[in-house]
Write a protein of this length. Structure first.
Length: 268
């Protein structure tokens, strides 16, 4: 009685050798939303942001997502293969992006931008993180359309039989992630920033929220076949998410204990 995965061509259309894929379009949607939201925030009175600064920050962040995501995937999930085939790092045509690697790339971009623009690193982080969840949601929907990164076998009524996942029904874990790491986390951040908050607390909430959601959903997601579960209990994704939870809690505690009222962010 499981649902059959819809036959969706991952390629929307092709013109000669150029193919436009749903996954790439989802990345574009996430970037366009981030650009729109960032400019909207910058236009608010006393925002302390210019459109030029927003443009630079988004450029640095996109580089961080792409480079960090690819490098992170290779090092976190395909390290042994990379050691044998170093050029695999550049084979982006074979796919493979890691959120945790992309997150480290964005953190690097935030630090570089903050130092160059003489802004507080934590305030830049607070500005960036609300832009992220919609992109995460779009990316996970792209994973679902591609029929990849499916979940573990199950008998729940909404299970899908994925073409590449064998004959057994599986959790649509991509949609779980799209909902919690994308929509729910976005709503949490928007509601949290309705009132003045200490600088660093918004970024802390993002790290905590994503880490908890990702760690929990990993119980429904099929572990990577070549990695499996460490000790038969914990996945690579959960191991990478734990530091985010710890960092998020630490950052929020630090923000509320040390940041003066004059450095609070104000979003309406």
């Amino acid at each position: 009685m499981a649902l059959q995965f819809p036959q969706i061509d991952p390629v929307i259309f092709s013109i000669g050798p150029l193919s436009v894929r749903w996954y790439g379009v989802m990345y574009l949607i996430g970037f366009l939303f981030a650009m729109w939201m960032a400019n909207r925030q910058a236009e608010k009175p006393n925002s302390d942001w210019t459109k030029e600064q927003v443009s630079d920050l988004l450029f640095y962040s996109m580089l961080g997502v792409i480079l960090g995501g690819r490098i992170g995937y290779v090092l976190f999930y395909q390290f042994s293969y990379f050691v044998e085939n170093p050029m695999y790092l550049f084979r982006i045509d074979q796919g493979g992006m890691s959120f945790h690697g992309g997150a480290l790339g964005v953190v690097t971009a935030i630090v570089v931008f903050a130092l160059r623009s003489k802004k507080s690193i934590v305030s830049v982080g607070d500005f960036v993180v609300p832009l992220v969840p919609v992109g995460l949601m779009a990316g996970r929907i792209g994973n679902f359309i591609n029929g990849e990164l499916w979940g573990r076998t199950t008998d729940v009524p909404w299970a899908f039989v994925f073409p590449t996942g064998g004959p057994l029904p599986r959790h649509p874990s991509q949609l779980y992630e799209a909902f919690f790491e994308g929509l729910v986390l976005f709503v949490m951040l928007v509601l949290f920033t309705k009132k003045p908050r200490p600088a660093g607390s918004v970024a802390g909430l993002f790290l905590l929220g994503y880490g908890v959601f990702r760690f929990s959903i990993e119980y429904f997601r099929e572990p990577d076949a070549h990695i499996g579960l460490y000790g038969g209990v914990i996945s690579q994704g959960q191991i990478l998410s734990l530091p985010m939870v710890i960092a998020g809690v630490a950052l929020m505690v630090w923000a509320y204990k040390t940041q003066p009222v004059s450095e609070q962010i104000k979003s309406k």
